[in-house]
Design a protein around this ligand. Structure first.
Ligand code: IMP
Length: 406
């Protein structure tokens, strides 16, 4: 038995889908505890690619039971779409494989409208995440239990009527078609109802069974509502504390895995000290195919900022690091890493000689060029945490294990 947690150490998009997939074949239970359909976890198995937004990555392997915990926000309409998408891909998501907490909050079409109208400056994913969490904290939200007890649609109609007035008088942007939204929600309600249950009880029962449990974080530490680059953050706790409130059960994580990308990316607005607005940044974007999995937006790219990753390490207590996309750094003459900031707040870089050799698909540490190994060792020394796994490509098998993952 073992309890695992994986968490992004930067601004998300560190390659979680692949690590979840590698771990999920051993996990009995996979738990998401924060966020909603704003995540974009890409899992590649053989020649098949799955992009998951809300549903935990454990669904792909087919073995694990999956949980969407009370700390998440759930849009019934996109949930239905994701289930239908998975069905087309040959994955049948049934209530015995997935449970959603009755305490999780519902994301309604009004929240998505508000996200579009109010959060332009943040550059959100437009999935209604911030407004749904706002309602939760303001105590005006509605939980999935309302779908079970049949009061949800009434709540939605009242919410829509209220915000229709704001839309006309304040926001000056056309409001949604309420009738149409009600119809869509009616259908989605029937779809989601069988999946709703008491996930605290479920997680607890797996703990008692001494099962293997995997907590799957979404986004990354620098998007955490407390610890990230506020206000350019998401609205949930993406760091380890969120796992306790958002899963609802106390458990000790044997392995606390920090996901680090070999360079840095960010989608949306906000500070990014090592950003490269030049050819090098463009080259990183091309080599890394850095386009958002949820919105398709080009990601901003830059050098690895170890000062920030160290901060994420301190917050989360990582004891195992995975380093992704090392293969995308082939072909750079010099590779830089920010190790500190100067008094003006500018990054202080350490430069490394790059390597020409293509390393995609390499599985042996010794087969990496010397310069690549030195780069990895430097990161490890800086973080004082072992880099147990280096990912060298998109495929499940493109991995160098320096320490067993499970
Ligand atoms: P929200 O989560 O949609 O409210 O967006 C808030 C900020 O977090 C925006 O800058 C988004 O681009 C970013 N964000 C949200 N989810 C992800 C993700 O899964 N990967 C990367 N960035 C994300």
């Amino acid at each position: 038995m073992a309890n695992y947690i994986i968490l992004g150490a930067q601004w998300g998009d560190e390659g979680k889908g692949k690590i979840v997939d590698l771990l999920a074949s051993r996990a009995d239970l996979v738990v998401r505890f924060q966020g909603g359909a704003n995540a974009g976890h890409t899992v590649i198995v053989g020649d098949k690619k799955f992009v998951l937004h809300l549903i935990p990555g454990g669904i792909v392997s087919g073995k694990a039971v999956n949980v969407i915990g009370n700390g998440c926000v759930v849009d019934p309409i996109t949930f239905k779409q994701e289930i239908e998408y998975l069905k087309k891909q040959g994955i049948d998501v049934t209530p015995d494989k997935l449970m959603i907490s009755f305490q999780a909050h519902v994301v309604t079409p009004v929240h998505k409208y508000l996200d579009r109208v109010l959060n332009k400056k943040i550059g959100t994913t437009g999935r209604g995440i911030g407004p749904a969490y706002t309602d939760k904290i303001q105590r005006t939200g509605v939980r999935l239990e309302a779908i079970v007890n049949g009061t949800f649609l009434e709540h939605f109609k009242q919410q829509a009527k209220l915000y229709e007035q704001y839309a006309q008088n304040l926001y000056k942007e056309p409001f949604l078609n309420i009738e149409q939204a009600v119809e869509e929600l009616k259908e989605a309600e029937t779809y989601i109802r069988p999946f709703i249950g008491d996930t605290v009880e479920l997680i607890h029962s797996y703990l008692n069974k001494k099962a293997n449990i995997l907590y799957e974080g979404a986004q990354g530490a620098m998007l955490d509502v407390d610890h990230g680059t506020y206000p350019f953050v998401t609205s949930s706790s993406t760091t380890i504390g969120g796992a306790f409130t958002g899963g609802g059960v106390f458990l000790e994580f044997d392995k606390r895995i920090g996901l680090v990308k070999a360079y840095a990316t960010r989608v949306g607005e906000g500070p990014f000290p090592t950003e490269l607005n030049d050819e090098t940044g463009e080259k990183l974007r091309e080599k890394g195919h850095e386009f958002g999995a949820t919105t398709g937006r080009p990601r901003r790219c830059g050098w690895l900022d170890l000062k920030l990753v160290k901060r994420a390490q301190i917050i989360n207590g990582f004891n195992y690091i995975t380093l992704s996309k090392l293969s995308c750094l082939s072909g750079f003459e010099t590779i830089k890493v920010a190790v500190d900031y100067d008094s003006a707040g500018q990054p202080v870089y350490r430069s490394f000689p790059g390597w020409e050799q293509k390393i995609e698909g390499v599985t042996e540490w010794q087969d990496l060029p010397q310069n690549a190994r030195e780069y990895v060792r430097f990161i490890e020394d800086y973080l004082q945490t072992p880099i147990g796994l280096v990912s060298t490509g998109p495929d499940r098998n493109h991995v160098i294990y320096r320490q067993p993952l499970w």
